[in-house]
Write a protein of this length. Structure first.
Ligand code: GDP
Ligand code: MG
Length: 652
């Protein structure tokens, strides 16, 4: 229960004295966590509220008052009870009925809280993270400030159909040969000039999943998807996946039929195959633009760039370059020499060195902006990809970036977000009770399953994902690794805090702990392990998890004895006088009492006596006195089976 006990510490942040309330009605850390009904919108509404409370509510009447309950992404049971004016014990009781044991200070997630509130008849208003970020993103721009911007293009398609080669050919440099193992390791982004004179921004995503993950986090990055299909291979599973992703994102497709230089290229087959997935190419009377090309010979590349520009003109892409910049993190890594480096696609406004930026739970001051040619630049406008140096920590791919007015605002936002992140992790932790559905599946899966909680921090997203994937494959139905937090960057104090709550180990892959984190870990007795080879890491975890496996129990038969007579001895109780019929009996050994071939008792031998003396063992043929631990009902004629139990270590 130490995990639970430590939970009590989690909501402590809430009881901090509130900061001086800002005059704006924008949500801040403090008032986001208070009930919204306490928020003063205007004097009039305050008066209405007072009237409602004094006039319309008869205090002595016990009638239940149904409320609109504001629920943030995580909430303590005490807080929830307060907001609903219900008793916390009632909530705990409801949760208990669902099979989850909670204390009043436990943190539950919004879904669970909503279920409870609705069950009690209240209405729920969920507050999202975006409320705190009110005005941070997507504030409207005046029409006259808008200027044309370059289209942002993502190249998707089945593996080996030539995405990297195409991107590469377009940049007229060769990354493929420099790429480790031919896999696209990091998302890159580049700008290319079309023959018509316009710029096009290309993003190289490592996979469709990344594309969707970004979209899921509200980052609409791509304007146009170029679907690469190899003419010798035609439509493959990931081609279909890409079509679906593009459709879901409502982004226009341009089909690039690649590798037409090959003798077995059959572009016509590609065209007809695509019809099956509702992609009608222009040459077949549809409206999807297409081009046959070869990334190898360069044939058709100009045509592709032209088509992109034409498609972009139809989309009339515009943005206001004269404002504080907003964008999205395409990739982020912790660089040994330069610290956290984020590749950011600017989407509105212009970013300059010196700007205060926030992304996810990180913030910083822009130290330098590096463009796609590796040169330092002093301004990056809409659709321009840049490497941003100066973040205090490593944000995550897909995080939206914004320039804010000042450091205080940056801290306010990131404080709230990291708080939220921690609480979410904590809520997810509590016996896997992130939602009622989870609780149920947990119960079904059998409460006996042991979990090995881990926190993984790595240098780049790619390796963290690989580690998490490899760990997921470890384990069986008895033990499993549970990654409670994974991310890019150094190990922080908050990681250590989480590890303490979760009783987990912290793993650093090519990263190190910050000084404060190291001290905190030492103090809390949290183990931090460093690795630079995934194989070693997985091996060690496997060994550690094996230690959690229940040992196999193996019985070794010692011998049998028969009860000749039972004596009742004062102070000692019943003692059986026996003769060992085969093998031997030992003191402290396990015994079974067998009567008419039925096992009537299983337990331990408490006393073993020969004549008046306590002995260690008695051999076959000899007589002895035996007594059992907490069992008295033995009878003459019973057989005593004596055995030892050995524990045998198992491994995964
Ligand atoms: P990705 O997995 O989609 O990024 O594919 P790659 O760009 O890594 O290409 C896979 C393989 O196809 C590499 O061996 C390329 O040399 C080859 N390739 C790519 N484009 C062409 C092309 O137009 N013609 C030929 N003949 N080979 C190509
Ligand atoms: Mg590739």
């Amino acid at each position: 229960m130490t995990v639970r006990a430590a939970f009590a510490a989690v909501p402590a942040a809430r009881s901090r004295p509130p900061r001086p309330a800002p005059s704006r009605t924008r949500l801040t850390l403090t008032n986001a966590l208070e009930d919204s009904s306490d928020r003063m919108r205007s004097e009039a509404s305050f008066r209405r509220r007072v009237q409602r409370m004094t006039g319309r509510r008869p205090t002595e009447q016990k009638e239940k008052i149904l409320r609109e309950v504001t629920i943030p992404e995580t909430i303590t049971i005490a807080d929830l009870a307060n907001r609903m004016s219900e008793r916390a014990v009632d909530i705990i009781r409801m949760l208990m009925k669902q099979g989850a044991m909670h204390k009043i200070t436990d943190v539950i997630d919004a879904d669970t809280a909503q279920l409870i509130a609705e069950e009690l008849g209240h209405t729920v208003r969920r507050v999202a993270e975006s409320d705190v970020e009110e005005g941070l993103f997507d504030s409207p721009d005046p029409e006259e400030m808008l200027e044309g911007r370059a289209p942002v293009v993502t190249i998707m398609g089945h593996v080996d159909h030539g995405k990297t080669s195409l991107l590469d050919a377009l940049r007229k440099t060769n990354v493929v040969s420099g790429e480790a193992g031919g896999i696209t390791q990091h998302i890159g982004a580049y700008q290319v000039m079309t023959p018509l004179g316009g710029l096009v921004t290309f993003i190289d995503t490592p996979g469709h999943a990344a594309f969707t993950a970004m979209r899921a986090r509200g980052a609409k990055v791509t304007d146009i998807v170029v679907l690469v299909v190899a003419a010798n291979d035609s439509v493959m599973p990931q081609t279909v996946e890409a079509i679906n992703h593009a459709k879901a994102a409502k982004v226009p497709l341009i089909v690039a039929i690649n590798k037409i230089d090959l003798p077995d290229a059959r572009p016509e087959k590609v065209k007809t195959d695509l019809l099956q997935y509702e992609v009608q190419l222009e040459s077949l009377g549809g409206d999807v633009l297409e081009v046959e090309l070869s990334a190898k010979t360069g044939q058709g590349l100009d045509k592709l760039l032209e088509l992109i520009q034409l498609q972009a003109e139809v989309l009339e892409l515009k943005a206001n370059p004269f404002r504080l910049a907003e964008g999205t993190v395409i990739e982020a890594k912790l660089d040994r020499g330069r610290g956290p480096v984020a590749t950011v696609l600017i989407q509105r406004g212009t970013m300059h060195p010196g700007d205060i930026i926030v992304a996810g739970a990180e913030w910083g001051r822009v130290r330098a902006l590096i463009n796609d040619k590796g040169e330092s630049t002093d301004g990056a406008g809409p659709s321009v990809p840049v490497e941003v140096l100066g973040f205090n920590g490593t944000p995550e791919a897909g995080d939206r970036v914004a320039v804010v007015e000042n450091e205080a605002r940056a801290r306010e936002i990131t404080d709230y977000r990291s708080n939220l992140k921690r609480e979410k992790a904590a809520a997810r932790l509590g016996a896997g009770r992130s939602s009622l559905a989870d609780m149920m599946s947990q119960l079904k899966a059998g409460a006996g399953k042991k979990e090995f909680p881990l926190i993984i921090k790595g240098d780049v997203q790619g390796s963290v994902e690989a580690i998490v994937g490899a760990l997921a494959k470890l384990g069986n139905d008895e033990v499993a690794a549970r990654v409670i937090l994974s991310g890019v960057g150094g190990i922080t104090e908050s990681d250590v805090g989480l590890a303490q709550t979760a009783g987990s180990v912290i793993i650093g892959f090519n990263t190190r702990a910050h000084k404060e984190a190291r001290a905190a870990a030492e103090q809390a007795g949290i183990e931090i392990r460093y690795y630079n080879i995934i194989y070693d890491l997985v091996d060690d975890i496997k060994a550690a998890m094996s230690g959690l496996l229940a040992p196999e129990l193996r019985e070794t038969m010692l011998g049998n004895a028969e009860i000749l007579e039972v004596f009742n001895i004062t102070k000692v109780g019943k003692v059986a006088g026996c003769r060992v019929t085969d093998g031997r009996v030992e003191r402290g050994a396990n015994v079974r009492l067998i009567r008419d071939s039925v096992v009537v008792h299983e337990g331990k031998l408490s006393t073993l006596k020969r004549f008046k003396d306590e002995v260690k063992e008695v051999q076959v043929g000899q007589e002895c006195g035996m007594a059992f631990e907490s069992y008295q009902d033995m009878r003459a004629g019973d057989i005593i089976e004596c055995y030892r139990v050995e524990e045998i270590k198992r491994s995964l």
